[in-house]
Design a protein around this ligand. Structure first.
Ligand SMILES: NC(=O)c1ccc[n+]([C@@H]2O[C@H](COP(=O)([O-])OP(=O)(O)OC[C@H]3O[C@@H](n4cnc5c(N)ncnc54)[C@H](OP(=O)(O)O)[C@@H]3O)[C@@H](O)[C@H]2O)c1
Length: 379
């Protein structure tokens, strides 16, 4: 397919990370980004929402590692509508999300009013799922959805075993979304967490049982332990993943998503050859998802999947994936409060355009980016 530069009729607005000329990074908001500065691709997408991921927080605060080649518009999760297209399969008006593929890292991302994209990088948003909800699911939601799909493809269903599915890092972004999706799909779950004080939150997401990480890891380190789980979604790696594999029942499956607890895997082949346990890897960054909205589909009609209420705010910590990450890098933030970064030419709460609106204090961005303060009340 022949690539062409999309002809942006208007300039775009967005965050711009540049170089200070001496190896450092500068960050400022621009409302004059010319089409020639937006990059190349077959699609122009009007960005309606973008989440604030941990990587975005790092990029915006000038941490090295994420922005390898400035200038760059950050924003790794994007939800919007195709505005211009030279690809018949993704016509103008298609509602899409983008996650991964280097957006916000090595090509311009979603913290802007427009993004130039390739058709093979977009996922159509299923009917019934709002763009806002799709954006909040983001990378963590896609990862959790892929892990759930892996379990289902392997034949591990709510009816295939009386044993539950283990979810590690359950109070984290991937973990909490995995819990919600599993619950919505009818599975029994055990939430394994280092924060047992979050038991109410985990129960609200549908956890059948909550187990302390310390207690789980206190089991002897053996390649085979008692069969406790029909399957698992693990984002910890390391010792945790090894014990999870050792505790999985015959012909069960473990979906490995992350390395929050370590990148090693201290186990043996015994669980694989004596119990037929399968270990599958989940990679949300490079997924051929174009024609398959599977992970989003799996959350579309799950009432338990975290999402915004009618006022656009989230029940408790439903938007935790992005806001918790941002909180970690923002010393001003307090537990239980987050900020939702909404990129739109129209204010999502009051209508009107960017120039007229200021939602938060003195440090909110200008132009088409709205920071909507979100207070997530504890029960
Ligand atoms: N494969 C992919 O495509 C993909 C996509 C997104 C993320 N990831 C990876 O998935 C992991 C989780 O991402 P996230 O966004 O969910 O992060 P997050 O919100 O920070 O959650 C991480 C959770 O890990 C648990 N944890 C922390 N230290 C641990 C330790 N020493 N041992 C075991 N568990 C520990 C904690 O769970 P509790 O709070 O319950 O104690 C924590 O909340 C990361 O490694 C990330 O890089 C992978």
């Amino acid at each position: 397919m022949k690539r062409r530069r999309c002809s942006l009729a208007n300039h775009a607005s967005g965050w711009w990370i540049g170089s200070d000329g001496s190896g450092g990074l500068t960050t400022h908001f621009r409302d004059d980004i010319a089409s020639s500065q937006m990059g190349e691709g077959s699609l122009t997408i009007a960005v309606h929402y973008s989440a604030l991921n941990y990587k975005d927080a790092l990029a915006l605060t000038g941490s090295p590692g994420v922005v390898r080649k400035p200038p760059l518009i950050p924003g790794i999760d994007i939800a919007g509508v195709v505005e211009e297209s030279s690809d018949a399969e993704v016509p103008v008006g298609t509602r899409v999300v983008i996650t991964g593929y280097g957006y916000g890292e090595n090509r311009h991302g979603g913290l802007a009013t427009r993004v130039i994209a390739e058709p093979e990088h977009v996922i159509p948003v299923p009917e019934g799922l709002s763009l806002e909800h799709a954006a909040t699911l983001g990378t963590a939601g896609i990862t959790a959805g892929l892990a759930l799909t892996a379990l289902q493809n392997h034949g591990v269903t709510p009816d295939s075993s009386s044993l539950p599915i283990a979810v590690t890092g359950a109070a984290g972004g991937v973990g909490s979304l995995a819990l919600a999706l599993l619950t919505g799909a009818g599975y029994q779950t055990v939430a394994i967490t280092g924060r047992t004080d979050e038991a109410d939150y985990l129960s609200m997401l549908g956890a059948t049982d909550v187990m302390s990480r310390q207690e789980f890891l206190s089991q002897p380190s053996r390649p085979l332990l008692s069969e406790q789980f029909a399957g698992a979604i693990d984002q910890a790696g390391g010792e945790m993943l090894a014990r999870i594999i050792a505790s999985t029942t015959s012909n069960g499956i473990v979906a490995a998503c992350g390395l929050a607890g370590g990148s090693d895997l201290p186990t043996t082949v015994l669980p694989f050859i004596l119990r037929g346990v399968s270990l599958v890897g989940i990679n949300s960054v490079f997924q051929p998802l174009r024609s398959s909205p599977g992970p989003l589909e799996s959350s579309r009609h799950r009432e338990s999947a975290p999402g915004p209420d009618r006022s656009g705010h989230f029940p408790r910590r439903g938007s935790r994936d992005c806001s918790s990450s941002a909180r970690r890098t923002d010393p001003r933030s307090r537990r239980g409060e987050g900020a939702r970064l909404v990129v739109s030419e129209h204010c999502p709460e009051h209508g009107g355009n960017a120039a007229d609106h200021r939602h938060t204090g003195s440090d909110e961005p200008r132009g088409g980016v709205f920071v909507v303060g979100t207070r997530n009340p504890r029960p």
